[in-house]
Design a protein around this ligand. Structure first.
Ligand code: HEM
Length: 155
């Protein structure tokens, strides 16, 4: 997407998703994709609990269907006298192509894929890391005993 077009259409340029999981975590992406709700006050008609007032529309709305969010008002603990809005629950307005379990699984698959994309070599790095630690431990024992043997006659 042309960044200038994106800025004009959405008010923000979509970020590079290939590093998103490293920047914000797979858990965040999973939650982000699952917490969209309808909000007529927003230019796209959508809002999000994980990223309030996000410029990104709910691109998976056909899968999830449309939902409204119900908020309750409570007095703020930090600023007594002021009201705070708290999320209570979602109401499914139109059904999507997937039920909620299948939609969550699809969101988890996307988050998992972006997590892999963010660092495809992670598995190999972890596997190699174990051998590096074992090697360093062995080297430590050898140098420790060598040191003891070099200095054993020095009073
Ligand atoms: C399954 C496909 C997609 C995924 C997984 C995805 C995911 C994300 C994520 C994780 C962010 C960052 C949110 C944050 O910074 O907290 C983002 C931002 C954004 N995305 Fe998407 N996106 C997808 C498709 C799209 C599409 C098709 C569009 C355009 C039509 C789009 C437009 C944007 C925009 C404009 C932002 C910036 C939001 C802002 O900073 O307010 N995304 N997206």
């Amino acid at each position: 997407m042309n960044p200038a077009d994106a800025k004009a259409w959405f008010g923000a340029v979509p970020p590079d998703l290939s590093v998103m999981a490293r920047a914000k975590s797979a858990d965040y992406i999973y939650t982000y994709l699952r917490t969209y709700y309808r909000d007529p006050s927003r230019p796209t008609g959508w809002n999000n609990l994980a990223y309030p007032n996000t410029a990104m529309p709910h691109v998976l709305w056909q899968l999830q269907g449309t939902r409204d969010a119900v908020f309750t008002e409570r007095e703020s603990a930090e600023n007594p006298g002021e009201k705070e809005r708290h999320f209570d629950h979602f109401v499914q307005v139109h059904p999507g192509q997937l039920d909620s379990v299948d939609y969550d699984n699809a969101a988890a698959d996307i988050a998992g894929f972006l997590n892999y994309m963010a660092e495809p070599a992670r598995e190999q790095r972890h596997r190699l890391g174990v051998w590096v630690l074992i090697f360093l431990l062995g080297l430590f024992v050898v140098t420790w005993r060598l040191n003891a043997s070099f200095w054993k006659d020095v009073k």
